[in-house]
Design a protein around this ligand. Structure first.
Ligand SMILES: [Zn+2]
Length: 123
């Protein structure tokens, strides 16, 4: 990118005219010419993310229902995969669990206390 910034304006416009470079339509970034490409990679990523987020927000129920359905239909497969992953990465998984427990000690203790009292009330 620095080489492009070093060029003067005429040089850049010359290259754009010769279809060697393109200026991004949203942010004015300059990138190598690719047919049909009018946005730089970063803007393209941003647009895709925004589109995904919008879809997710507008279809939250549908997305969650689909995820739930997938989980239910593939429970065995998912459990098997998780079991296998855990066995193969036992040290890593244990370290992550330990870290989670340490970072969330207050929360976990509060939950434990809650359960304890709820149980006591039942008795
Ligand atoms: Zn851009």
């Amino acid at each position: 990118m620095t080489t492009k910034l070093d060029m003067n304006v005429e040089e850049i416009f010359e290259k754009i005219k010769n279809k060697e470079l393109t200026i991004c339509e949203t942010c004015d970034n300059i990138f190598d010419y690719v047919p049909q490409k009018v946005f730089c990679d970063e803007c393209k990523r941003k647009k895709a993310r925004a589109r995904n987020r919008k879809y997710y927000e507008e279809n939250l129920e549908k997305v969650l229902a689909r995820q739930r359905k997938y989980r239910e239909e593939n429970r065995e497969k998912r459990n098997a995969y998780q079991r296998k992953y855990r066995e193969e990465n036992l040290e890593k998984v244990r370290a992550r669990e330990r870290k989670y427990r340490e970072e969330n000690r207050e929360k976990l203790n509060a939950r434990k206390r809650e359960r304890y009292h709820a149980k006591k009330k039942e008795e």
